[in-house]
Design a protein around this ligand. Structure first.
Ligand code: UTP
Length: 405
């Protein structure tokens, strides 16, 4: 792309400010900037946010922990057999920037140990190794990174010898980036020759897996299910055979692990039906009526929150591959150049990032097995350093689960 083509593209989207310092760039820097502009999909800034104003919500029942306990042997047999047959792959979402934690590195490289080293990635791989030992074989793990943290992540795994997992079974793929803007939706520059870009949210995993050329191999291996989960929950059960077996028995295309909310307004996405399709509604979108609604047993009807651990059937995903996910426009702190070219590192949010989220893939599917797990055993997310969902609270939960720190 040459200068006039770049200018034309930017004018179409009202983003000419990105060429503000063009004249000050060396030939090489100028070429790099033009290449960046060429690659960026500015149409993402015009994407639609989800509109739930006219939606009708109804409760969606969960398979409760109690029922699971009764049927667990049968679930285990089915799940472990499917893993043995190579039908399951994991997708570990590790492309986020962990801005709330303020840790300078990929979140999975966070040392959560106290008297010894123990990394989040290591905990997840240990969990995978437990299942692999029961199945008698390893299963593939696809790790989504971003352009910002891919090199550091791959280096970390190599330095730690993949924590003893079969390294041929671990694959990395890089998610797409989207531009970050000010509150007027004008894209920021993060350097005179660099557009401010950030990972496009965890909803991009399926598209990115395909764009990275890994999909043909996945199909050729006969993989039928993806277990998708986040990086920040060290108690996460990876490739949980009970969960897989339950979903297989249900005949559903999708499984979502959930926990009982601690209190009605807890900040978890709540699983329910929206206009007859399984869906996740953000806690702040729950109406008073939904917060108070009870089921026939007197329990809260909208009582289960998701923990970012899903099973997706591949064939069902293929049917929705061309559909667009709604956009989440989120206020964030975005380092950028001011008009004079000075780098500003804001203390408070100063603009928007544009993300799609895996939770919006739920309502693209026709059915979903809602699978209840026990919070204290499986949910210790690290979003912050201290307080709620923090390194401190996670360490307490690890200790309760007898994990040596
Ligand atoms: P979060 O929503 O907690 O985002 O991600 P984050 O980037 O880790 O943290 P904050 O919001 O900046 O503090 C939930 C999961 O989704 C992954 C994260 O790595 C985490 O496992 N994720 C998030 C991606 O893989 N890509 C993204 O673009 C965003």
């Amino acid at each position: 792309m040459n200068y006039s083509e770049a200018k034309e593209k930017l004018e179409k989207y009202g983003q000419q400010q990105l060429l503000r310092f063009y004249d000050e760039l060396s030939e090489e820097e100028a070429q790099a900037l033009l290449a960046e502009i060429n690659k960026i999909d500015f149409s993402v800034l015009e994407g639609k946010e989800k509109d739930i104003s006219t939606s009708v919500f109804t409760p969606l029942k969960a398979l409760t922990a109690e029922e699971i306990e009764k049927r667990k042997d049968s679930f285990f047999e089915k799940g472990i057999e499917a893993i043995r047959q190579g039908k399951l792959a994991c997708v570990l979402l590790a492309g986020g920037q962990g801005t709330r934690l303020g840790f300078d590195g990929p979140k999975g490289t966070l040392n959560v140990g106290v008297t010894k080293e123990l990394y989040l990635f290591e905990m997840l791989i240990n969990n995978a190794k437990e299942v692999a030992a029961k199945a008698g074989c390893a299963f593939p793990i696809y790790i989504m990174t971003s352009e910002k943290n891919n090199a550091a992540t791959v280096r970390f795994f190599n330095e730690h010898n993949f924590f003893g997992y079969d390294k041929n079974m671990i694959h990395f793929f890089i998610q797409e980036m989207s531009p970050a803007t000010d509150y007027d939706h004008k894209v920021y520059l993060e350097g005179k020759g660099h557009v401010s870009l950030s990972p496009n949210g965890n909803g991009g995993w399926y598209r990115s897996l395909r764009l990275n050329g890994l999909y043909d191999d996945i199909k050729a291996q006969g993989i039928e299910w993806f277990n998708v989960f986040g990086v920040d929950n060290g108690l996460q059960k990876v490739a949980d055979p009970y969960f897989l077996g339950a979903v297989l028995e249900s005949g559903d295309d999708l499984g979502a692990k959930v926990i009982k909310k601690a209190f009605p307004t807890e900040g978890l996405g709540v699983i329910c039906y929206r206009d007859g399709k399984p869906s996740i509604v953000e806690y702040y979108d729950l109406t008073d009526e939904m917060l108070e609604a009870k089921d026939e047993n007197g329990e809260l009807a909208y009582n289960f929150g998701v923990i970012l651990n899903y099973l997706f059937n591949i064939e069902a995903l293929e049917k929705i591959a061309g559909e667009n996910l709604p956009l989440h426009i989120v206020k964030k702190k975005i380092p950028h150049l001011d008009e004079a070219g000075n780098l500003i590192k804001p203390e408070e949010p100063n603009g928007y990032k544009y993300e799609t989220l895996v939770l919006d893939m739920i309502e693209m599917m026709d059915n979903c097995l809602v699978y209840e797990v026990i919070r204290e055993k499986e949910f210790a997310p690290i979003k912050n350093l201290h307080g709620v969902d923090s390194l401190d609270s996670a360490r307490e939960l690890y200790a309760k689960n007898n994990i040596e720190l």
